[in-house]
Design a binder for this molecule. Sequence first.
Ligand SMILES: [Mn+2]
Length: 336
Amino acid sequence: MPKRVATHIFKAIQAARKILLVSHKNPDGDTLGSLAAMMQYLRHIEKPHVAFCATDISPSLMFLPHIDYVTHTPTVWDDKDIDLVIVFDSSSPDYAGVEHLLPIMKERGAQIANIDHHNTNLQYGDFNLVLPKASSTTEIVHDFFAHNKVTITPAMATCLLTGIITDTGNFTNAATTKHSMNIASKLIEKGGNMALIQGWVLKDKTINGLKLWGTVLSRMAHHEKLDIVYTYVTKEDIAKHGVTEHEVEGIANFMNNIKDGRAGMILKETEDGNFKGSFRTTHDHVDVSAFAKLFGGGGHKKAAGFSVEGPLEHAIEHIFEKIRLFENGELALAEV
Ligand SMILES: [Mn+2]
């Protein structure tokens, strides 16, 4: 934990008039767990605050305390009292969907704190508490509280444990370290409810959702030359099965169970007919964040995301061609 930054952010919180907490778009257990833990603390010290997420929250995360206080109405940003914005688990302002809002805040004199663990983080804050070695942003928030001698209540412990459980794939992926296990154990000691989290986060599949998974999994293909296993999900699939978009969220992580291929990829069609892609790998020698960066995306070595233009056939061809050129060292030439 970089102690100076942790102290500075803590002092900024104490001095702030009103604080805006921000999660990333399509929020996961880590960004919302971090936000919810901080929100609990702000409630405890009676610090005025609001909370913002640019998109909807998955029903499987609604167990987090006071999470219905988080709004996606951008007018919360108009509040002139806000003088500190804390963004959680977002490598860039775009990732949180606030690239147009943060500059306005800065102009108004508000300070930005950026708390994150993505190695692609753009260090866009006035305070950057960015630790790529941390399993999750909640692990950093835990260490931040510990450093500043903040008492972690059972509700806060549950929030923080949520991020560790979701980002480590329930303690199975490469983010699972001695430190993350150690903190998880401390959080359970402090009253963190692991069974509650696992019940909500892991046992969240519906029959129709799993039928959709079946469709998506049955399409799986193996790009032999690049040794990447991939599949896709369209808007039509989601509509046909009568499920919400949240039902497909776990498929990318599920691809970590595949023995074949050095990496897995899933493409998901967005409203505008373009595609959001996710890469996963469990192989030490593969860095999928390098693949994601080729398409302006980012993330971690073992889990990364990006966006590409549709239609589907074009997207798939474009992705594999660009990765091939990148690995052959020909990319610069091809781009000219
Ligand atoms: Mn995270």
